[in-house]
Design a binder for this molecule. Structure first.
Ligand code: PEP
Length: 239
């Protein structure tokens, strides 16, 4: 049976302002899809005040620690106090620029769950791994390293984001997305009791969203660049 309920998550990265949040708030109407906006930490308060309540608020990272001498870090429990319901973990920019390993991603995922946040765990292969035909192997390794020790009763979301597709305007073809999502779903199904949504991320936009979202086992989209343009994002939420 096909589940028509899709998740559309927006990753604003280090972009946005109160003005943009205000602008978005005026145009967001309730949709069949579940919408999650992940602004920078500094905009979490205005997201809560300005956005309609059907939009869920996500953060883009959290610490693996709960509290203590970790200057500049923000814990999952602090995010929960800010009405955050979701948190992106292990985005490829964090893996690459901030050297986050699968073990760190596992610890952050555990911390998020402990604070009753739903983690959106990002996985994906680089271009050289794809060219070496290692995509499925890399995904298995990332899932094993970051999720295998999570209690199977927990609910998480996984975002498949080929690194080479992020911010490049390139996307895998339909068959590639179909194959990878089936592989990820099957692997997650062997561990988790619940049905784990697997989002696709990487250059999703208003033009390609309907096609991508209708591919088997695609549970929704994680959108970067296109989530910063009001009309583009609204079109994606409607797809
Ligand atoms: C992302 O960084 O999570 C992402 C999907 O970016 P973009 O949509 O810009 O490729």
């Amino acid at each position: 049976m096909k589940n028509n309920h899709k998740i559309i998550a927006a990753n604003w990265k280090m972009n946005g302002s109160e003005e943009l949040m205000n602008e978005f708030s005026k145009f967001m109407l309730a949709k069949h899809n579940e919408i999650i906006i992940c602004p920078p930490f500094t905009l979490l308060d205005s997201a809560k005040t300005l956005l309609p309540s059907f939009i869920k608020i996500g953060a883009q990272n959290c610490s693996e620690e709960d509290k203590g001498p970790f200057t500049g870090e923000i814990s999952a429990s602090m995010l929960q106090e800010k009405s955050v319901s979701h948190v992106l973990i292990g985005h490829s920019e964090r893996r690459t620029l901030f050297k986050e390993t699968d073990d760190v991603i596992f610890k952050k995922t555990k911390a998020a769950i402990k604070s009753k946040l739903t983690p959106i765990v990002c996985i994906g292969e680089t271009l050289s791994e794809k060219k070496a035909n290692k995509t499925l192997q890399v995904l298995d390794c990332q899932i094993d390293g970051s999720l295998a020790k999570i209690n199977p009763h927990e609910q998480v979301i996984v975002a498949y984001e080929p690194v080479w597709a992020i911010g490049t305007g390139l996307t895998p073809d339909e068959n590639e997305i179909k194959e990878t999502h089936l592989h990820i779903k099957t692997k997650l199904g062997q561990h988790f009791n619940a049905d784990i949504p697997v989002l696709y991320g990487g250059s999703a936009n208003a033009k390609n969203c309907s096609q991508i979202i209708s591919i088997d086992n695609v549970g929704g989209l994680l959108v970067g660049g296109a989530s910063l343009t009001k009309h583009e994002f609204i079109a994606i939420c409607n797809c």
